[in-house]
Design a protein around this ligand. Sequence first.
Ligand code: ZN
Length: 561
Amino acid sequence: MNRKILVNIGPYESRAAIIENGKLVELLYEIQDSEKIVGCIYKGRVANVVAGTQSAFVDIGIHKDAYLTLTGVETNDDEDLKDIFRSPIQDQLKVGQEVILQILKEPTPTKGPRSTMTISFPGRYLVFMPKVDHVGVSRKINQDRERDRLRAIGKRIAPKGSGVVFRTASEGLEESVLKADLDLLVKMWRKVEGKIAKSPPRTMLHRDIPLPMKVARDFFTDDIEEMIIDSEEAYKTIIEDCEFLSPLQRASLELYKDKTPIFEKFGIEKEIERALARKIWLDSGSYIFIDKTEAMYCIDVNSGRFSGGSDLEETVFKVNLEAAREIARQIRLRNLSGMIIIDFIDMEAPSHRAQVLKTLREGFKGDRNKPNILDFSELGLVQMTRRRTSASLDEIRKAICPCCQGAGKTLSAATVANQIRAGLIDEAKRYQTDRIILNAHRMVIDHLRGKDNSGIRELENQLRRKLILKPASSFDIETFKIEPVMERPVKPGRRQNERQPHAAQNREIAAEPIETTAEHDETPEQGMLPGLAENVPENISESAPAIDHSENHGEKDESNA
Ligand SMILES: [Zn+2]
């Protein structure tokens, strides 16, 4: 296998693309968010020590003092070291004292960031703790032999007086791999150490390991062909800092100077777009779907337009083979983890099944997160699991749809129109007004109008009120606002969306140009009459289906798969 790595350094985010045998198989992201300070190491000055709560406040030069306790060491993994620190805080810290601390939790509007003096550097397979003499192993690694093996390695490779905690991903890995991971972390720490004496208090000493360094560490193995990087600064850093690279590897590092952006030049942007879609077309005209549910990923193979010949079994076999290759690649590229179920098209021949399975497994050859792939089940499904080491592409690149809260569907315009009718009747009973203003999405308003505005005339007769319809461009389908218009500005009877269609939390109603009902009294026609005549759709049936936009954005997502 030969590998090529492209690194794109940008002002807001940096990306690395791993290409194996000419195909993009993995993407790494680093998003620069200067607001986020979790993991950052600061030199601070103690501002206050509170013996009662065994905590201290430390000025680190940001708007709020950091909150510091001595108990509780967080390593982002399963091992905790809570009992290591037991001495009273007032014996250890005095006001004005300079301390080195690391942020554990972002500040909130009311609270300062939570911090610790137990510095830790999370690597890929282990966490390095420069100041704690302790070797730990993730609780998820439960075989005693493996735990003992890792502990022994830890004792050998950890610098004197420091410690490591092996993460779940370290299971079964060779000592040299683990040591390479640790070496980079130790190097980072040495850099921080070098800055401590030179820097004044209230200084940030360390942020994160830069992406090019991580990439060099994780991917610069002997089968590497070249690494091309588009930033001169990052290029120089790697040359200077990566002594762990052999001279041969250093020689294959190249600085990209072309005017065309590097990812565009190598066709990576297109591939990324494809890796974010739910449906993926294959060369033959068949396609696969990748869906995420709460419990697992489901991958479905469809033959689509593909017809390889008259032999159905042979055609199906070819589609499945092609799909198996692409599925493996997409799983790596999207960085899917947890349980994955693949529904290939049914095949009769056991030899065909075996070959499809073999192809799928081969697709993960260069994968660092070795998956576990089971045989075809009785129902013809393939089950597999893949380790989670970092966020999936989807988690990095997409947010939950604000219209449907990730459900992929919203209430139909007909349903919302019915809710509005009920709301209007209710409103008319409560308020003695001439007019009621209704703000809603255009589709809902169109639905209420019905053919030739007959729906509205009917509703007005029933309510014995004039209705002012306001299509609100900023409302989503499910949101509406009913406002009775008072003759005199008594108490503005403004009530917002009293029938919330969802029990959804944090659902806000966008502010519309209507400010007070009194103002509207003077210009009641505004925004209403011109709209009445236009855009009345012809055939809206009462049973209009729910709007399904799951094709584009349907993913509900909890990050811990
Ligand atoms: Zn949606």
